[in-house]
Design a protein around this ligand. Structure first.
Ligand SMILES: Cc1cc2nc3c(=O)[nH]c(=O)nc-3n(C[C@H](O)[C@H](O)[C@H](O)COP(=O)(O)OP(=O)(O)OC[C@H]3O[C@@H](n4cnc5c(N)ncnc54)[C@H](O)[C@@H]3O)c2cc1C
Length: 458
């Protein structure tokens, strides 16, 4: 037990919450400060009328056995299982996503298929030579998939999705974020002269997967974590405005419910965006770090949750689109979300955007574009939509622009030198974890603090 250890966690996303839970279980005194009115960060549930909506359909994966079993125990009977049923509109049809080899064959015009296969073979044969000259995401995609497949799919998909041309993205972006095309992996495996060690630029996808969810959507997971955390004595405050952070002495000033407060303790774990952290630390941060932080870019994201007067709109849990005004449409009812009133469903419509643009502000113009594409895709009719709700995130997607890694390394090195501070999670480490990975990051940060504290007391 660590009754003498006091830790402040900035942010109540699943990373911060799991870090808090790990520390609280060790007996530490933990406070989580959250700026939003709801806990859970990107995995939070938004309540609109009688319905919960996720920021994108948020499903828990069971890949990390320890984390999964812990979450499952905490969620108890609230946890429900759903089969992964993702699709992508590809070549005029709806294909399983990640793409299956057979479906890809079916969907591609024969001549294009021939060109893409030849491109893959050429990329494969000249693989090692190409990889020496990888300067950006375009180089990486061409080196891995060949020019025809890059031109047919990846160039436009990447450009449209992120609003940044692959030439302006880091090669690292491909490794972390690109959609997984298992057909390509299958094809690569068919090649007799495939080089073994070089098939790891994108993760191979599973054919089938059981996902974990709840009847109230994603909100059940962060709520279950928070409930156990507070049961163990942890404190979570929402709608907090942090105004100042200092590391020596280790303390934070914040406003909550219109009153000023001060926290004093031993360690801080930050899970908020790095520029928020450096802003809070102010003059204690070297100018070069302030500058490096401004080089890290994010892509704002909007999610429109539509209440639709139809029992069901789609067969799939969610579908990716290449040529629509949205990138993905999900129907969480297909995974077990309870929707009120009966006979209605909810569509979760996702798009990247810019802060303040017509998508971000929820303009009539964008709503009309969404309706047009939903009707075109035969998902629903305009008259079926009875409610529009808008969710936004300024920092939903870190963007790996060219050269980001130099700046990130500089920032991380400086943070590592601060003995009272860790920065982790999607925003705090500027990375792309799924929820289970974000929780693991939180657990690791907490574990290190617990260990250091124990070492220093011996
Ligand atoms: C559209 C979308 C769909 C996704 N779908 C899935 C999925 O199906 N399955 C899956 O496993 N993962 C999914 N993910 C990824 C997953 O949601 C995130 O990686 C994970 O939730 C990140 O958790 P985190 O705690 O690291 O960060 P966040 O959730 O971003 O938490 C950071 C917290 O810090 C708070 N904060 C920020 N600034 C301050 C401040 N100054 N003071 C106090 N608090 C602050 C924020 O409000 C937030 O609560 C999805 C992500 C997106 C964007």
């Amino acid at each position: 037990m660590n009754p003498s250890l006091e830790v402040l966690i900035i942010g109540s996303g699943v990373c911060g919450s799991y870090a808090g839970l790990t520390l609280a279980r060790s007996g530490a005194k933990v406070t989580i400060l959250e700026k939003e009115p709801r806990i859970g960060g990107l995995a939070a549930g938004y309540k609109f009328g009688d319905n919960y909506c996720d920021f994108g359909v948020h499903m828990l994966h069971a890949f990390n056995k320890e984390i999964f079993e812990d979450c499952a125990a905490l969620m108890g009977k609230e946890r429900i299982e759903a089969a992964l049923d993702a699709r992508i509109r590809w070549g005029g049809t709806s294909c399983k996503y990640p793409l299956k080899f057979r479906e890809m064959l079916r969907a591609m015009p024969p001549l294009t298929l021939l060109r893409c296969v030849s491109g893959l073979v050429i990329a494969e044969v000249s693989g090692a030579k190409n990889r020496k000259a990888i300067h950006n995401a375009e180089d990486a995609l061409i080196a891995f998939y060949g020019t025809p497949l890059y031109e047919y799919f990846f160039e436009e998909f990447t450009h449209k999705y992120w609003d940044i041309h692959p030439r302006d993205l880091s090669a690292e972006f491909i490794r972390r974020k690109m959609p997984r095309l298992s057909a390509v992996d299958v094809l690569r495996k068919l090649l007799p002269f495939r080089k073994k060690a070089e098939s790891n630029i994108t993760e191979s996808a599973l054919d089938t997967e059981t996902l974990h969810y709840s009847k109230t959507g994603s909100e059940s997971l962060p709520r279950s974590l928070a409930s156990e955390f507070t049961r163990l004595g942890g404190k979570i405050l929402t709608e907090v405005n942090l105004t100042k952070l200092s590391l020596s002495p280790c303390q934070a000033n914040y406003t909550h419910l219109a009153e000023d407060h001060q926290w004093k303790g031993d360690r801080v774990i930050n899970t908020a965006p790095l520029h928020s952290l450096t802003l809070l630390l102010g003059i204690n941060v070297p100018e070069r770090i302030h500058r490096a932080v401004t080089e890290l870019k994010y892509k704002p994201t909007v999610v429109y949750a539509l209440l639709v007067q139809k029992d069901q709109c789609m067969d799939a849990l969610y579908t990716y689109y290449r040529n629509r005004t949205f990138h993905r449409v999900g129907e969480p009812k297909n995974a077990g979300l309870v929707v009120n009133p009966k006979g209605n469903t909810i569509l979760i419509v996702e798009s990247t955007c810019e802060q303040g643009d017509y998508r971000w502000v929820g303009s009539e113009k964008y709503k009309q574009e969404i309706v047009r594409d939903l009707v075109d895709e035969k998902i629903c009719e305009e008259n079926d939509i009875v409610e529009w709700n808008l969710m936004r995130s300024l920092h939903g997607y870190p963007i790996y622009t060219n050269g980001f890694d130099t700046h990130l390394t500089e920032i991380q090195t400086w943070i590592d030198e601060q003995k009272n501070l860790s920065s982790t999670g999607r925003q705090g480490a500027f990375c792309y974890p799924a929820m289970h990975n974000a929780m693991q990051l939180g657990k690791d940060a907490a574990g290190e603090i617990i260990k250091n504290h124990a070492d220093s007391n011996h």
